[in-house]
Structures are given as C-alpha cells and as structure tokens.
Design a protein around this ligand. Structure first.
Ligand SMILES: [Zn+2]
Length: 239
C-alpha cells in the first residue's frame, strides 16, 4: 500500500487494477483511499482524477476518521492505551479532591475522580483530560529528546511547538521552528527519536534530498525501520 499527499495530508492509498473493472472508482475506506481502475487507464489519468477530487477526498476522509476515532476508545476501566510503545491499562480511583487527576504508575494509567463523580463522567470528559495528560508528557519528553539530539547533531532550533494534527507528524520551518505531533508519544521511543532526528536534520537540509536522508542515517543508521513503522502504524495512534 502506498500513500498520497492531499494538500499536505498523507493518506494511505491503494490502487487496484483489473481487466474486469469497466471504469475508475474512487472510494474512501476506513484506513485508506482506494482507486479501482481498468488496466488501460494511465498513471497520469489517475493522478489527474486524484487532483480533481482533492476536496472530496479530504472531506470524506475526515468524516470517516472522525467516526472511527470516536469508536476507538470507550474510556472504560481496563481499556488499554498506547504510550511510548507500551500499553497502559486504564484504571479509575476515587480521591478526596474535587478535581480529576491523571497519572501513570508502571503499566497503569490512573484517573482519580472525586467520590461522587465516579460513575458520572462522560467519555468525552475523560477523553479530554486523558489527552491533556498525553500532551504534558509529550511536551516534556520531546523537549528532552530534542535538546539531546540537537546537541549530538550540533544544531540549534529556535522554538518547538506541540501540534494536534490528524496525519502530520512533524515539520520544520526555514526559521528553525519545529512542530511535533503529540500523538507520536504513543509510538515506541525509537519512532519518536527518528521523528526528532528527521526534523532536526531539516535544519541543515530543508528538503528530502539524498543528502538529507544521509544526514538522518548518520545519526540513526536504522532509521528505515522506524520510518516504516510510522507508515504502517501511524493511523493507529489515535485516542
Ligand atoms: Zn521531512
């Protein structure tokens, strides 16, 4: 399965060819966009169709993803949450404070609730506070890793921001500002390292030239493994 770039969004993409197909069909599936086309349709025709349908693709892809996202987690006791490549088990406790608190302890993701609120929290409230917890963890960890790797690579970045995007993992501006998607904290640490090295390498090469990839490789020889991991599993990193 490949991917297509629709207005800066990377979407998994599959192309099917068969003599049996009479015409080109474009469909939005749960985890990918699919084109079914007769054998004699050229690559260019398909490219043109994808281009002409950009708005449509994005619209329905987002609708699909939203529906899916909301069915991904129920925020119930014992449910598992990905975190730095491990699974944390959601566990509810009651405490004497009025505010809801989230923390992790070993393999547990603990949500402490006021006594009287133990059964009355909506999934949406829980989603919000758990995501807030993820973001705090992401900010702290990414900052540490960025500073570590920047030192190793002998580069300096200006600023770093946490982003909340569906399909973009990171970016680097010409002015040296880095953006990282908080969701990546759900991936194994090696994937986080790869992404950070990738963005820091953009401080030297603001493109994806062979020189750029060589630089990534210098600081992470096995980067291909983790790049592939992200391609294969990136869509799973949702709450
Ligand atoms: Zn890049």
């Amino acid at each position: 399965m490949g991917q297509i770039n629709v207005r800066d969004e990377i979407i998994p993409y599959e192309e099917r060819r068969s003599v049996r197909y009479r015409r080109i069909t474009l469909s939005i599936l749960n985890d990918r966009v699919r084109i079914s086309a007769p054998q004699n349709v050229s690559k260019r025709q398909i490219k043109e169709l994808l281009k002409a349908k950009e708005d449509w693709i994005l619209k329905y892809w987002h609708i699909k993803r939203q529906k899916q996202d909301h069915s991904v987690k129920n925020f119930t006791d014992g449910e598992q949450f990905p975190f730095r490549g491990e699974k944390l088990k959601l566990c509810f406790r009651s405490h004497d404070y009025r505010r809801i608190r989230v923390n992790s302890d070993g393999q547990m993701l603990i949500v402490s609730l006021p006594q009287d609120g133990l059964d009355s929290q909506s999934a949406e409230t829980l989603r919000k506070i758990i995501i807030a917890w993820y973001k705090v963890q992401a900010r702290n960890l990414f900052k540490l890793k960025l500073d570590d790797q920047a030192k190793r690579m002998q580069v300096t970045y200006r600023d770093f921001r946490l982003k909340d995007q569906r399909t973009r993992w990171g970016s680097c501006s010409g002015r040296g500002n880095l953006n990282l998607n908080w969701r990546i904290i759900m991936a194994p640490d090696k994937v986080i390292d790869y992404l950070i090295i990738h963005e820091l390498a953009h401080l030297t090469y603001l493109n994806h030239s062979p020189e750029f990839w060589q630089r990534v490789k210098t600081f992470m020889p096995e980067y291909m493994t983790w790049r592939k991991w992200l391609k294969d599993h990136g869509h799973e990193l949702v709450l």
